[in-house]
Design a protein around this ligand. Structure first.
Ligand code: MGD
Ligand code: MGD
Ligand code: SF4
Ligand code: MO
Length: 748
């Protein structure tokens, strides 16, 4: 039905949605997507046939939109973007020459991109304390060296990235860590969507998107809050093209008028490639960190204008009265000061929501990465509940997940505060898994990713096992992270390539590098879970294999089996099918995963909608409103709120110096024309940003951009030097990826 409608709407040309009458948007600033494709495909050295097989037989290991080969479940068209092509190089490159690791001093001077380009890590390598080199060792020696450090559950931590990491690896790793008497296993979901997980679980009883991408197409309204799919989920722009053709209106709540969300040229669609597509119909500028002010203001209008769906609220929710009182007690002046928006703008969005019969509320990192990220999410949930936009077609609450592993990572239990299935770490839940697995499972939460770094810094941790990731580049304050890493007695980096954190010399400890296989190399195939809760099978793809690289599930279970030989038979698996069967037993809502074995196999847990018909998986079956207080407005005179943003990169892996959407180079400091004029700053002027306490500084160059006055944006990882590592949200423990800073012009 959906597909037929999509096909019908696709055929008609609709100039109302065109971005420009100039063919191909000639003269407009925008990325050249065709050149992008050529460049990305050229970067695949050798192995082009293998690259093609990865594209056609594998599930994309980029963002969490999810594919089968180059197809998906939302439209009958090719699904491919430049992010995936850029990642092909990582997946297809040959092994590095390990003699390069004989003297790390040369490598220390290299940028991360250069380190990656050296090639895939083929063998276990060891750097002993005080040595300048890594030496090749055998797997047995490597595992036996690491295992003794993992016997005391209170003295080690395990972190897994989520780029490319499949469910099977997460599940086996967390089980291994728990067998070792610890819950200190965490993954990148912590530093990405953990506030969404906390707030959604409390309010609607489920920690995932309630709807599917297909609900975008034909919805009356989609609201993007702190989210930029044009850069981060490019194929979602094709869904938006179809949505616009079906009459959907798009609203954006953002600190920056993202050019890619204003107008977008979908390269594989003739109409959009030629004339572009106007995406955003209504833009609402807010301060970085000002969303609660704005969203509460919208709710206040909905209430005052009688636009709340009172009948639905009465039948399906609790707590509305408290929320009504809370927003009644917040003055328009406070809401305006915090948000930076006017009450008329709040009324405009309230009007759109009030008139819409259906709406999807989408959010991403602009919402979660604050010390009050959980409250930001609650403010969004309140709006959806007030209008009954949950559990029916074209409606939903949608946190767009980050990389292809963020959703699965937490659901598999590779989470310090959550057991498999997202169950909180309690005595009762731990016992359930102890019975299932046949060993004691610790009953108190473990160290989160950021807490592991604190513990290492304080000398309270002996060992850290890090699968991918790069704390030096994904957490605030790299100097602090470097110190923390250097203090460990053992670091184990399980990775496919070299990264800068591996080269941090240990004060008095060993560093072990263990070569991992990519998801496409693993025998038996693997699964990932996409944003829309689809568990997708990705088969092993025939092609070259790298040296002695192993699947990560095997590395983690083998480490645990050697540290606790008496549990070995309960930890080792014969292959990924056995892990999937174990997942099915541990996580009831992953029912069906054990049967996935061929290309294209998938199961969407919960079906198209969670909370269908407004029945919530909470104890009383109702959705819960939560009053959201206004965070303190901390803006000392002359200071700016600086957010960190993504350019042409995949997380810490930077692909190009210049972002094609806005022309920003890596050192760009985005600033509003209003502030730039006021301070006499021209494009390209060198400037220094200094944290208000004065201890941290970042140097960059001015770039005028349609940003809310009083706010700045810089790229990460470069900008992480400005961030304060001690600022975290209370429950989710996500770092504050923003900073208060002053700006000064430097001599040219
Ligand atoms: N190409 C590419 N794709 C990616 C990634 C990548 O690095 N590169 N990373 C993947 C991952 S892990 C993730 S989590 C997603 C990230 O996807 P996004 O969250 O869309 O990525 P960001 O670039 O961080 O964009 C944050 C947006 O929030 C806005 N913003 C910043 N602060 C605020 C605020 O306080 N309020 C509001 N309302 N808006 C604000 C910014 O202007 C920006 O538009 O993308 C995934 N896909
Ligand atoms: N300032 C700032 N910091 C941020 C953010 C932000 O918006 N601002 N966003 C945060 C978000 S949303 C996220 S999700 C995190 C991302 O944090 P992570 O997921 O921890 O980091 P990545 O950059 O994806 O990790 C890349 C590293 O993983 C390794 N790697 C690559 N492919 C593989 C593989 O297939 N297997 C293995 N084992 N290793 C591999 C490479 O060494 C590479 O250096 O960063 C967070 N950090
Ligand atoms: S949009 Fe996301 S899932 Fe789709 S091809 Fe690009 S990176 Fe992969
Ligand atoms: Mo993320």
């Amino acid at each position: 039905m959906e597909r037929m409608r999509n096909a019908r709407t696709r055929r008609r040309l609709d100039p109302r949605n065109w971005a420009s009458w100039k063919p191909f948007g000639i003269g407009e600033r925008k990325p050249n997507n065709y050149l992008e494709l050529v460049k990305a495909f050229r970067s695949v050295k050798g192995n082009r046939r293998y690259a093609w097989r990865l594209l056609t037989q594998g599930t994309c290991d980029g963002c969490a939109l999810g594919t089968k080969g180059m197809r998906d479940w939302t439209m009958d068209e090719v699904h491919l973007c430049n992010i995936r092509l850029r990642l092909l190089k990582l997946n297809t490159m040959p092994a590095l020459d390990v003699s390069l690791l004989a003297d790390v001093s040369g490598l220390e001077r290299m940028r991360s991109a250069e380190l990656r380009d050296l090639g895939r890590l083929p063998y276990p390598m060891l750097r002993r304390a005080g040595e300048p080199c890594f030496t090749r060792i055998g797997w047995d020696e490597a595992l036996d060296l690491a295992a003794p450090h993992l016997r005391d559950g209170s003295r080690f931590g395990v972190y897994l990235t989520s780029r490319g990491v499949p469910n099977e690896n997460y599940f086996a790793a967390q089980k291994a860590v728990r067998a070792l008497g610890s819950n200190s296993v965490d993954n990148a979901a912590r530093i990405c969507h953990s506030p969404s997980t906390v707030a959604l679980k409390q309010s609607i009883g489920a920690a995932a998107t309630t709807c599917s991408y297909t609900d975008w197409i034909g919805s009356d309204l989609i609201v993007f809050i702190g989210s930029n799919p044009s850069n981060n989920q490019p194929v979602a722009m094709k869904y938006l093209y179809h949505a616009k053709k079906a009459g959907t209106k798009v609203a954006m709540v953002n600190a920056y008028r993202e050019p890619g969300m204003d107008k977008y040229w979908v390269p594989s669609n003739a109409e959009s490639a030629l004339f572009g597509t106007k995406i955003t119909d209504h833009f609402f500028g807010v301060n970085v960190g000002g969303d609660i002010g704005f969203l509460n203001g919208v709710l206040k209008h909905l209430i005052e204008d009688g636009r709340v769906d009172e009948a639905w609220v009465a039948e399906h929710t609790t707590g509305f009265e408290e929320v009504r009182e809370a927003v009644a007690g917040q003055s328009w002046e406070e809401l305006e000061a915090l948000s930076g928006a006017t009450r008329e703008q709040m009324a405009e969005l309230a009007g759109l929501l009030g008139e819409a019969r259906s709406a999807v509320l989408v959010w991403s990192m602009g919402i979660t990465q604050h010390t009050y990220g959980e409250d930001n999410v609650r403010a969004i949930v309140n709006l959806a509940l007030a209008r009954g936009f949950v559990g029916r077609d074209h409606c939903g609450l949608m946190p767009i997940r980050g990389h292809s592993g963020v959703q699965g990572g937490a659901e598999m239990g590779a989470y310090a505060t959550g057991l498999p299935g997202g169950l909180p770490v309690t005595g009762e839940n731990a016992r359930r898994f102890a019975d299932l697995w046949g060993f004691e499972v610790p009953t108190t939460p473990g160290l989160t990713a950021t807490d592991m770094i604190d513990a290492a810094h304080a000398g309270e941790l002996d060992a850290l096992v890090s699968s991918g990731g790069n704390f030096l580049e994904v957490l605030p304050d790299p100097a602090y992270c470097r110190e923390a890493l250097s203090r460990l007695r053992l670091r184990v980096h399980v990775d496919i390539v070299l990264s800068s954190q591996m080269l941090v010399p240990a004060e008095d400890g060993d560093v072990l590098l263990l070569p991992a296989q990519t998801r496409y190399e693993m025998a038996g195939g693997v699964t990932e879970t996409s944003t829309e809760r689809r568990i997708i099978f990705s088969p092993e793809v025939e092609g070259p294999r790298i040296g002695e690289a192993r699947p990560e599930w095997r590395i983690f279970t083998e480490l645990a089996a050697r540290a606790r030989p008496e549990l070995a038979d309960r930890l080792r698996y014969s292959g990924t099918p056995e892990i999937r069967a174990d997942i099915e037993r541990a996580v009831p809502f992953y029912a069906g995963i054990a049967g996935l074995s061929e290309f294209g196999d998938n199961v969407q847990y919960g079906g198209r909608h969670l909370c269908p018909g407004g029945r919530f998986p909470t104890p009383d079956g109702r959705g819960r409103f939560a009053p959201v207080a206004l965070p303190a407005l901390e803006r000392p005179d002359g200071s700016f709120m600086v957010a960190t943003r993504r350019g042409k990169q995949f997380n810490s892996m930077v692909h190009e110096r210049r972002d094609g959407f806005n022309g920003a180079t890596r050192e760009a400091v985005l600033i509003s024309a209003h502030d730039a004029d006021r301070l006499g700053l021209a494009d390209g002027d060198p400037v220094e940003l200094r944290s208000v306490a004065g201890e941290r500084a970042f140097r960059g160059r001015v770039l005028r951009a349609p940003l809310m006055p009083g706010n700045l944006q810089i790229h990460w990882p470069e900008g992480n030097v400005l961030l304060d590592a001690s600022r975290r949200s209370p429950d989710a423990r996500i770092p504050d990826y923003n900073a208060l800073a002053t700006i000064t012009k430097l001599p040219a």
